[in-house]
Design a protein around this ligand. Sequence first.
Ligand code: HCA
Ligand code: CU
Length: 383
Amino acid sequence: MRHQIAQFNIIESTLREGEQFEGGHFSTADKLEVAAALDAFGVEYLELTTPIASPTSEIDLRAIARMPRRFRLLTHIRARMDEAKLAVDCGVDGVDIYVGTSAYMRQYSHGKSLQEIIEVSREIVAWLKSQRIETRFSTEDTFRSNLADVFTVYRAMDLEGVNRVGVADTVGIADPMRTFNLISSLRQAVDCDIEFHGHNDSGCAIANALCALQAGATHIDTTVLGIGERNGITSLGGLIARLYTIDRELVRKYDLPMLREVEELVARKVGIEIPFNTPITGRTAFHHKAGVHTNAVLQNPTSYEAIDPAEFGLRRSIDLAHRLVGWNAVRDRAATLGLALTEEALRGATQRIKVLADERRITIEDVDAVLHSQVLTRAGIPQ
Ligand code: HCA
Ligand code: CU
């Protein structure tokens, strides 16, 4: 059954999964800055690295627990009671427990049997519940695990009173259909909320997150610009773009014009540029070029735009300096420059721009020079 995506929550993991990104090193001050920006943007949850990772990781978690914030603070731990106790002591609102259930993880990671996983996790979930800590239980590498096994574990955790179970596409092999099917079956199997965490190794992370929601998932893990282990996970902006194009009301709860700022902040901290093809904020995301496109966009931007840049505090650009230019765009430019030219003159200018652009790469200054020369020619002034 396809669910209406009325309600969903973002679990922003830039300060956990994002720390596993190649350039992901955040100082305490960096973490506070990123957390404040994400808080202002309005994500519902922030997930931080386990306090057990290093002494400073613990200091950072405690600092973020104390900062003024609206988001609920989570940390990401293995199924170990000492780790759970330290997390709670740091002041988190919730704990995300993860356990490897695939044969690979059982053999090469922790070496536990299914029964052992259930027993240990049950005890931790029960203790966390007694501390009134929101608790999630996820199986790492879910898609390469035996589904009967993972469902057995999920059901046991659901019965124990866990708030959410998590599905993780740890190696990025899931596709939208598989994600939809797995989450749909899980929706039937448990009563608690469902979280999806998808890696982007094969470029499906955003689509998979959407299908997870359509199948009944309630929480999606994201990171800013999709940073994370290898080439990362579902990006915050990508998920926003995906949901906006279904129904913009779905994402109204976030401060959309802040998206670019949050991305620029994180990009700077991890030493990357915002890629040109990033949904919404990429440099070329609202760049219109071909004559057919620019003509339509000048009349009604919706003709070639799924997203309104103004809602994100951004602007579209109409590119005229090339051989694919159309005369409508040239007319628009002439009007911007305050030049009154006849249709014939505008068509003549368009032809001259095309000829010039065939010879070399031209700029908007070349376009403007052609338009000005048309005015002079019309006035009978020789060029
Ligand atoms: C990892 C763990 C994880 C955990 C996801 C989750 C993954 O391998 O680093 O807690 O749901 O991708 O499996 O990020
Ligand atoms: Cu991950």
